[in-house]
Ligand binder design. Structure first.
Ligand SMILES: [Zn+2]
Length: 158
């Protein structure tokens, strides 16, 4: 009976010795595969970022769409602060506080208007953005065919 136990123990030991190498190799291979997957994912992310950067460089409209509507200050700096519809100056101080955190904007307050309006497929990029009096922009919107605009009067005193 004793020899059976010895044989079984020897067999187990031999099996363990035989399997030890392959198990270690499998672990190494698994780790390599994980690292390779991570590297591939990183390469993909870098490539996507690069593609986005190239898109933006090539297509200002796409870039503008990503940024969203510009602030009137940015448009004024780039395209001038006169109303592009009636040709007279705009008044950033034509406004007043109306309660906490809200303001009422006067007729001559500068707003961003779009040569091709956004709802007709126009874009937010600077080439399409202009400064207009709040009232001029509203009346253009209400009356798309209109060609002439009379300079509005200030709503709120300076
Ligand atoms: Zn105007």
């Amino acid at each position: 009976m004793g020899w059976v136990v010895v044989v079984v123990v020897l067999a187990v030991v031999a099996l363990a010795l035989i399997l030890r190498e392959p198990v270690a190799e499998a672990r190494v291979r698994r780790r390599q595969r994980q690292q390779e997957r991570k590297r591939a994912a990183r390469r993909r992310r870098v490539a996507e970022a690069e593609q986005r950067r190239r898109d933006r460089a090539m297509n200002p409209a796409k870039a503008a769409a990503r940024r969203g509507p510009p602030r009137w200050q940015q448009v004024a700096q780039r395209n001038g602060s006169k109303c592009w519809l009636c040709g007279t100056r705009t008044y950033p101080d034509d406004r007043r506080r109306a309660g906490v955190g809200t303001e009422q904007l006067g007729a001559t307050y500068p707003t961003v208007d779009y040569v091709v309006s956004i709802d007709r497929g126009g874009t937010y990029d600077m080439g399409n953005a202009r400064i207009a009096h709040r009232l001029c922009a509203e009346s253009r919107l209400a009356n798309p065919g209109r060609e002439e605009f009379r300079p509005p009067l200030r709503t709120y005193a300076a």
